[in-house]
Design a protein around this ligand. Structure first.
Ligand code: IVH
Length: 693
């Protein structure tokens, strides 16, 4: 049936539209997911044109899940933020067989098992996406962002043909709400062509397929995205509401495939370390024949119940690991050695190189690590050198090429003994590899701090990148961090700078304004407190809730935080003792940059909070490591030795000397059932008066 006469009834039109959608969706699936095309291009086009015509004539028949929607819609004003219902995590890395064996041993020890079957997948070098389907229809697609929050890129994802707009499947199999995750990428074969077009249009070329995928997905105009041949492999369920959950990762992949999602067909099971190593070797062999970049193999424990038991450390799951391929190497000329002064005063030498392609990316600079490394490897300006790059890692200079020929004028490199920024004499402490500028008012250090403060993981101030972070202090606009929140008072002067147009100034000022509302943990990380990374900033934020409370923190309080050791505690105390730093924080508070962390401490009123436990012997329902983890998440301490300070000894079967010692010291001893009631329901065990023998 074809509809071209005006005599057709509305019912016929609706039926025809439905049929066309079915046919196009089926053809897309066969083409993009199953690699077995059924319609040729002309046949496909004819159906698409007909459907477009029907939808244009009958707007009531338009629907967001129609394949016509893949052509994109008009520009969006920006992307809405999406809070991921289940955070999107990263993966720990290993780089060789020993590293992998150590990971697998940790897994088995944790579970107290002899073996745990695994699934191996290619690690696709693209970007992670989470797509939610409600009643089988695509509702929302979000980028990973920082793992907690991403961007709503639904309109763009609709244009990716291997992503189903509706899920197929036997009745009742698809959960009412399901979030599917995977990796979006741009095929290598299309990358070169895309770059050629960009250069012609006067746009900067993308450095690698991964950046081009990210750039394409984040186009504000989805009809632009529609022109890019993006593709996607699915590899996980994010969260599921209702419906039955599969029992293994392997089954999850099979279900997703049945629903119409593209799964990478290299994926394989492995029962043993040898099986995994064979899979990795195979992936290395086929790597160059693939039309997409991979940077390793991801190994996942197959059983989902074991995955749940294993849980997470920080942002990485314990149940999966990425085995990264060895670094790719190339030879080039070391044109010059430069010194960069970092935020904490560290002088880091870097190499300016004759640009060379390594692993698909053009590299023009690489790190030289430190003074001793240059001396040890005798790198000199003008040398031929071997450089390498592994995954995302900054390129490095490995060694002087064996083929290097030095001219008569070649001289060993002289590392500067004064700071290239402020001229202060540098210091290299005994036993430390780093050479430092210890001048607290060194301009280069401040520029780096400003850049770090504004960076994406910190206060996320767009427009305050490397250049602006240099210019603002050099032109006298900013001399400490708090000054950026006074910049709006000097808008007229900023506008006089010929580099900054009105739009850029406005954008910068509004990005600064928006950053006032960043949560406390971001502010703490942004301030560059010594020894404080993004994770420890979260601990400080949770525990102390405000800047003013942090100004009063004591060393004991810091040491009581799991993960903060004596070195970090004392440098932090020093930091808060310095008048300039206290003034800065006071200034920020006065300017209204004073976020309060009111997340309730999860376990504040749990009776295990603050108690010290020792777990010994064999437990029936969980391993010792799991027991220790539960204690820690409730705010308790889990240690290995029984002392007078131990609050409880948890004794499993065949408990030995620790049990004896606890009895001797009169420490309360509880069994597994009491422990579980204590952890789950907060039932404080009744402990009998200690025996006195
Ligand atoms: S699993 C918690 N599987 O690698 C598990 N990730 O380094 C996290 N990636 O953000 C994801 N291929 O973007 C998984 N087969 C694969 C993957 C994969 C690529 C990416 C993903 C993730 C990153 C972590």
């Amino acid at each position: 049936m074809r509809l071209d006469s005006d005599s057709s009834t509305p019912d016929d039109v609706a039926k025809r539209a439905a049929q066309l959608r079915l046919e196009i969706n089926r053809a897309n699936r066969l083409y993009y997911v199953e690699n077995a095309p059924e319609l040729d291009d002309a046949e496909w086009d004819a159906r698409m044109q007909e459907l477009l015509a029907i939808e244009a004539a009958h707007p009531e028949l338009q629907s967001p899940d129609s394949p016509t929607q893949r052509v994109g819609s008009p520009p969006a004003a920006g992307f809405d933020e999406v809070v991921h219902p289940v955070p999107m995590l990263s993966l720990g890395n290993v780089f060789d067989e020993d590293g992998f064996r150590a990971w697998y041993k940790r897994v088995l020890d944790y579970l107290e098992l002899e073996k745990a079957p695994m699934v191996c997948e290619l690690k696709i070098d693209g970007l992670a996406l989470a797509i939610t389907y409600r009643d089988g229809v695509m509702e929302r697609a979000a980028t990973r962002g920082d793992g907690e929050r991403g961007e709503d890129v639904t309109a763009n994802v609709r244009t990716i043909r291997s992503v189903p707009l509706t899920l197929d499947g036997p009745a009742g199999e698809i959960p009412p709400v399901v979030e599917l995750r995977g990796e979006v990428f741009l095929p290598n074969s299309r990358f070169a062509a895309l770059n050629a077009e960009r250069e012609e249009a006067g746009l900067p070329a993308y450095v690698n397929p991964r950046n081009s995928a990210s750039g394409s997905l984040r186009q504000l105009d989805s009809s632009e995205t529609a022109k890019r041949p993006l593709d996607m492999f699915f590899y996980a369920l994010g969260y599921v509401e209702g419906g039955e959950e599969p029992s293994s990762h392997w089954d999850t992949l099979q279900s997703m495939q049945r629903w119409g999602c593209r799964i990478n067909d290299w994926t394989r099971k492995a029962e043993t370390i040898e099986g995994v190593m064979a899979a990795i070797a195979n992936a290395g062999e086929i790597r160059d024949s693939l039309d997409y970049g991979i940077d390793g193999v991801v190994i996942k424990i197959d059983s989902l119940s074991l995955q749940r038991r294993l849980g997470f450390v920080g942002r990485d799951p314990r149940w999966a690991i990425a085995y990264k391929f060895p670094a790719e190497q190339a030879e080039t000329t070391l044109k010059a050695i430069h010194i960069n002064v970092g935020r904490t005063g560290a002088l880091t030498p870097w190499a300016e190189l004759e640009p060379v392609i390594v692993g698909g990316v053009t590299v023009g600079r690489a790190t030289l690590h430190n003074k001793d490394e240059i001396a040890r490897k005798d790198f000199r300006e003008g040398d031929r050198v071997v450089i390498q790059r592994a995954g995302d890692v900054i390129p490095q200079v490995v060694e002087v090429s064996p083929k290097n020929n030095r001219g008569a004028d070649s001289k060993p490199y002289q590392f500067p003994d004064t700071c290239p920024s402020c001229g202060t004499e540098t210091v290299q402490s005994e036993g430390e590899a780093v050479t430092r500028c210890v001048n607290a008012t060194c301009p280069a250090q401040f520029e780096r701090l400003l850049e770090h403060f504004a960076s994406r993981g910190a206060m996320d101030i767009e427009g305050l990148g490397e250049r602006v972070a240099q210019d603002l202090p050099r032109l006298g606009f900013v001399s400490n961090i708090a000054d950026i929140y006074r910049l709006h008072e000097r808008k007229a002067e900023l506008l006089e700078l010929d580099k900054m147009g009105e739009t850029r100034v406005d954008n910068l000022l509004s990005a600064i304004e928006a950053s006032r509302f960043q949560p406390l943990y971001r502010l703490l990380y942004a301030l560059g407190l010594p020894g404080i990374g993004s994770e420890s900033a979260e601990w400080l934020s949770r525990r102390f809730s405000s800047l003013s409370r942090l100004l009063e923190v004591t060393e004991e309080e810091l040491l009581a935080i799991d993960g903060i050791g004596p070195v970090v505690a004392s440098t932090l105390i020093n930091y808060f003792g310095i008048e300039q730093n206290r003034n800065l924080i006071d200034n920020l508070i006065e300017l209204g940059i004073n976020p309060i962390d009111d997340t309730p401490e999860p376990s504040a009123d749990h009776p295990a909070n603050g108690a010290t436990f020792v777990v010994t012997g064999r437990l029936e329902s969980m391993s010792r490591s799991e027991a220790q983890n539960r204690i820690k998440t409730l705010g308790g301490k889990a240690t290995g030795t029984v002392t007078k300070k131990t609050s409880y000894l948890v004794a499993g079967a065949e408990a030995g000397s620790k049990l004896e010692k606890a009895r001797r010291l009169g420490i309360p001893v509880i069994d597994e059932a009491e422990f579980i009631a204590f952890m789950d329901d907060g039932v404080v065990p009744e402990v009998s008066a200690p025996d006195d023998h």
